[in-house]
Write a protein that binds this ligand. Structure first.
Ligand code: C2E
Ligand code: MG
Ligand code: MG
Length: 737
């Protein structure tokens, strides 16, 4: 349909007549061709074979004329063509047919040159044949020459059509490609531009303009109109990049910059382009423009996130690293002053998180961050290092003692009570302070401040500690200790001490009714207290193995004492949280009881409040199973954690151990005394036993007795001691009765 339209458009009847008139075509030509002697017509048939023999010699055509059947088909259609040609009737149908054939040839890749060359060969063959017939010079010869003229007319008519069919097909392809291009351009999100450098004429696409909220005619047609919209801070770089490309320094022009939108804001765009130089040396650049504002925005957010703590908005370790790098370089300059690093760690922050929840913990951290920020001088930096750790970098200090002053100020600022919803909290912090040395890395300065912080915590928290080299040695020792305690079990360096638990009677007489197994580590000649190494064992998970070992020792020892006559003696063994998280913990305890022959009722397992708060995994299931077995569970150090009283009901608990801190001040402080009374009362009400810890004086024994607390342990009654001494202790106490 489309082809017919094309034919009609190219060769309408007027056009056909014009052409035929220019060829001097008349009905006489038709007649002449129709009366062409048969012998001459046959020449055309023979010529077809000749032509194809010739054509297939060219590799380019051999590919198209590869198969015999195709060649036969083509030959027969060509013979048909000559018949029509000799029919001498040039009308619309004839034109249409020729046009179609021309297009087919173009499509299958037969170049126009073969087509036209074929016509030449045909005319040459016919000329020879006509020449042979016109050797006589007769009138008939004149007739034949006229017929040859007619043949020339029709053949040239066809040649014109063939050429037009080829060009027409190519135009159509070009139009299709142009259409596709325009379509793609409309669909693409990118704007396009084209700049003629010689004329300084700029062409931009609608999308290019729309990106800036503009109509096409509002942009201008010169490069300076484009550049007038570029952010002043980005203009220099834009020009430099453009110049670099036009001068051949870069393969492509690729540049990101800000450009002004109609509404006055700047958007980020990426422009790409490439220079083309024509054969005549004319330079032209063309390319695209992409709106990358969103990407830039996301990128800026990511960059911000990479450098900041999301909760407090303070900078994070990465950014502090950059700042510390700057500081240490500054310090390397001759006239530089001092710089220091404060490592700030909140004391007992975990308790706030555990008892009041993480949401409250987060709000506390945000408020703390604000307070710390208020302590900063300009030029100083404050970072959050995750958790409850903050780091402050103080620079340009006249003297290192100034750093101490800032640190004290920080402590004061943090001491102020802090309101968090309905909670009023006091959050203390410990601070390690270390100088930043020239050319020192952040890590090195941090390590020193961390060691000082450790010291500040070890010395009672809520204080500032300056780093000294002695601490470094101590830290090394600590590290050594940490690595050797992990091997202590294999090396048989652990021992179990036993502290007696007494029944306190009114007349001052006492009776040892139980023992608490307390772990000791023999390091050379000294005994190390568990407070120093249990956290290390817990952190590494080694406490699980060590814990089973203590249990085994304690159960076996108690069984020995029972067999030796102390039938009613009980033993308390301390547990760590991770032990109870083990799925098979209760079964393992059962196994130890079976192996040692100890009755479950003789065993008390001590857990702490924090273990209940943090409980996870199999903790609760284990506690229930242990209680089911008849083992009693004691809540150790009761009152020091932030355990809600609801826990006493939720967990199977049989014994409360009154922490020694209450007892210490009970004789001097009425409030402490009241707390002791309340805890003892609470235990009785809940039908739990209560054991007082840390009894150091007779007065405390008397007070406890008066308050109906009849079980206790403490240095006054007996220190933790090796098993062999405990046996003697029991005998001695029994003898006193
Ligand atoms: P705890 O269970 O509260 O043990 C009582 C601690 O108070 C013992 O410290 C004991 O020596 C000390 N003590 C007893 N009477 C007095 C006194 O009159 N005055 C003072 N000032 N202190 C007294 P120790 O043996 O250093 O143990 C510290 C903590 O280590 C224990 O506290 C317990 O929580 C833990 N622990 C001990 N052995 C083990 C164990 O085998 N496994 C686990 N997981 N923890 C253990
Ligand atoms: Mg205990
Ligand atoms: Mg205790």
């Amino acid at each position: 349909m489309q082809m017919q339209n094309r034919v009609a458009a190219v060769i309408g009847s007027d056009e056909l007549n014009t052409r035929l008139s220019f060829l001097d075509w008349s009905s006489e030509d038709t007649r002449r061709l129709q009366t062409l002697p048969e012998s001459l017509k046959e020449v055309a048939g023979v010529f077809v074979d000749e032509l194809y023999r010739r054509l297939v010699r060219y590799p380019e055509l051999a590919a198209v004329l590869g198969n015999q059947a195709t060649v036969q088909r083509l030959k027969s259609s060509q013979r048909g063509y000559y018949q029509r040609l000799f029919a001498g009737e040039i009308d619309a149908r004839y034109v249409e047919e020729r046009w179609r054939i021309g297009q087919v040839h173009e499509r299958v890749g037969v170049d126009l040159k073969w087509y036209l060359g074929g016509y030449r060969l045909f005319l040459a063959s016919m000329l020879d044949a006509f020449a042979a017939k016109t050797a006589t010079g007769s009138e008939a010869d004149q007739g034949l020459r006229d017929t040859y003229q007619s043949l020339l007319k029709v053949v040239f008519f066809d040649i014109a059509l063939a050429a037009e069919a080829y060009v027409g097909a190519q135009h159509a392809a070009l139009r299709a490609s142009k259409h596709r291009y325009m379509h793609a351009m409309r669909g693409a999100n990118d704007g396009l531009w084209d700049w003629d450098l010689e004329q300084d004429s700029l062409y931009i696409s609608e999308r290019w303009a729309a990106m800036l909220g503009l109509q096409l005619n509002e942009v201008g047609q010169r490069m300076q109109d484009w550049q007038a919209r570029i952010h002043p801070d980005d203009l220099f770089a834009f020009r430099a990049a453009l110049k670099a490309h036009t001068e051949g320094e870069t393969e492509f022009f690729v540049h990101e910059y800000r450009i002004c939108h109609r509404d006055g804001r700047f958007i980020w765009v990426l422009t790409r382009g490439v220079l083309e130089v024509s054969a005549a040396g004319a330079r032209r650049m063309a390319g695209s423009q992409t709106d990358i504002s969103n990407q830039r925005h996301i990128q800026a957010q990511l960059e911000y996130a990479a450098m900041h703590d999301p909760l407090t908005g303070l900078i994070n370790r990465n950014q502090l690293d950059n700042i510390a790098g700057q500081v240490s370089r500054e310090l390397a300059r001759p006239s530089s002053r001092h710089a220091a690093l404060l490592f700030i760690d909140l004391d007992r922050f975990k308790l706030i998180n555990d008892s009041l929840g993480h949401a409250v913990g987060d709000r506390v951290l945000v408020q703390i961050a604000r307070r710390l920020q208020r302590c900063l001088r300009s030029g100083d930096a404050l970072a959050r290092f995750g958790g409850d750790e903050f780091v402050m970098v103080l620079r340009d200090l006249a003297d290192m003692s100034d750093a101490d002053m800032v640190a004290q100020r920080v402590l004061m600022a943090l001491k102020e009570p802090l309101c968090c919803g309905e909670h009023t909290l006091v959050v203390n912090a410990s601070i390690g302070l270390a100088p930043i040395e020239p050319e020192q890395s952040l890590d090195e300065a941090m390590r020193a401040a961390d060691i000082a912080l450790y010291e500040a915590k070890a010395n009672g928290k809520g204080r500032v500690q300056q780093f000294s080299n002695i601490m470094l040695d101590q830290a090394h020792e600590r590290m050594q200790m940490e690595s050797s305690v992990l091997q202590a079990l294999q090396r048989n360096e652990f021992e179990v001490y036993y502290q007696p638990i007494h029944r306190l009677s009114q007349d001052g007489s006492q009776q040892a009714v139980g023992v608490e197994a307390l772990l000791r580590w023999r390091q050379g000649s000294r005994m190390v207290s568990p407070a120093a190494f249990i956290p290390v064992l817990e952190e590494s998970g080694e406490i699980v193995a060590v814990g089973y070992w203590v249990l085994q020792q304690a159960c076996r020892q108690l069984r020995d004492w029972q067999l030796a006559g102390e039938d009613d003696l009980t033993c308390s063994v301390n547990l760590s949280g991770i032990q109870l998280e083990r799925q098979d913990f209760a079964q393992q305890v059962q196994r130890i009881l079976d192996e040692t022959g100890l009755s479950p009722s003789s065993l008390i397992l001590e857990i702490t409040e924090s273990l209940l708060i943090d409980q996870s995994g199999s903790t609760l299931a284990n506690l229930r199973e242990l209680a089911q077995l008849g083992i009693r569970i004691a809540l150790d150090d009761f009152g020091t954690g932030y355990c809600s009283l609801g826990y006493l009901n939720r967990f199977p608990l049989h014994v409360l151990k009154l922490d020694r801190s209450f007892l210490v001040e009970a004789d001097q402080c009425n409030k402490q005394r009241a707390i002791c009374q309340a805890i003892i009362q609470l235990a009785h009400t809940l039908e739990m036993d209560v054991i007082a810890e840390g009894i150091e004086t007779q007065e405390q024994v008397d007070f406890l007795h008066q308050e109906n607390c009849f079980l206790g342990q403490g240095f006054f009654l007996g220190y933790p001691m090796p098993a062999i001494e405990l046996q003697q202790h029991i005998d001695r106490v029994a003898a006193q009765v």
